[in-house]
Design a protein around this ligand. Structure first.
Ligand code: FAD
Length: 147
């Protein structure tokens, strides 16, 4: 049996990855989102009491309003919101599946190796964020400076 080739594989289910998957859905493209943690994993790891510095309308995706009790949403409101949006759009998110390697098989065909499986896709979106990827060189030099 031939392997299914997705139109799009999105790596990372942060707000950007979810927004990309929503756009793919709107264009009726087959799409799977691969996330090494839970949905919006970065926000999941924010300090629990944190309030965003951004107003809700700038955090919204997929034309779904983010209703917040105060002027700026809390971590918990954002977590609930992005999960609700992923559910409303029926996004195919594979949580707790880390992407380890991406190979280019041929023009417009990629092989994506994860901790659980292997996927093929015509397009890959890397929406792996920034906060998850500490600059160890800088951190180490800072620690040495402090010592
Ligand atoms: C304390 C704090 C407060 C912040 N407040 C604000 C704010 O008020 N307003 C604002 O706009 N921004 C704020 N930010 C920044 C905010 O985190 C980003 O704007 C937002 O999360 C970026 O979304 P993203 O989808 O680009 O990246 P992320 O949310 O970082 O998503 C990337 C995703 O990719 C996943 N991933 C990474 N590597 C892999 C892999 N190999 N395989 C599978 N999955 C992978 C990660 O687990 C993560 O879920 C704040 C950040 C911090 C730390």
């Amino acid at each position: 049996m031939s392997k299914r080739v997705f139109d799009v594989v999105v790596v990372g289910a942060g707000p950007s990855g979810l927004a990309c998957a929503i756009e793919a859905k709107k264009y009726e493209l087959s799409c799977v989102v691969l996330e090494k943690g839970g949905i919006t994993n970065s926000i999941l790891h924010f300090p629990t009491q944190i309030i965003f510095f951004t107003t809700p309308e700038l955090l919204e995706i997929g034309n779904i309003p983010l209703v917040s009790e105060r002027e700026k949403p809390s971590r918990n409101e954002a977590l609930k919101y992005y999960r609700k949006v992923a559910g409303m759009y029926k996004l195919d998110v594979h949580q707790y599946e880390e992407v380890l390697r991406i190979e280019r098989v041929e023009a417009h065909r990629f092989r994506i190796n994860t901790t659980a499986s292997v996927y093929e896709a015509h397009n890959v979106v890397l929406s792996i964020g920034h906060y998850d990827n500490p600059n160890w060189k800088l951190i180490r030099s800072t620690i040495v400076t402090w010592l």
